[in-house]
Write a protein that binds this ligand. Structure first.
Ligand SMILES: [Zn+2]
Length: 71
């Protein structure tokens, strides 16, 4: 699994799975909200403080479920 370094506290930690550009990651040490800015080597930067993005993702999941039920 790829290692990344937290830009906030310099903690080195593993990112599970196959990280993609823009993926949101939370530092397990300082709880900083980060996002993947480079994949090889894996590099993280502070994520924009945009709560709407997180809420939009949840809404999309709900819509998918409703569409499945309708059919
Ligand atoms: Zn950190």
């Amino acid at each position: 699994m790829p290692y990344a370094v937290c830009p906030s506290c310099d903690e080195e930690f593993m990112v599970r799975g196959n990280p993609t550009l823009g993926q949101r990651v939370e530092c397990p040490e300082c709880r900083a909200k980060l996002e993947v800015v480079y994949r090889n080597p894996l590099e993280l930067d502070f994520a924009y403080e945009d709560e709407d993005d997180w809420l939009e993702d949840e809404d999309e999941d709900d819509l998918d479920e409703e569409e499945l039920e309708a059919e």
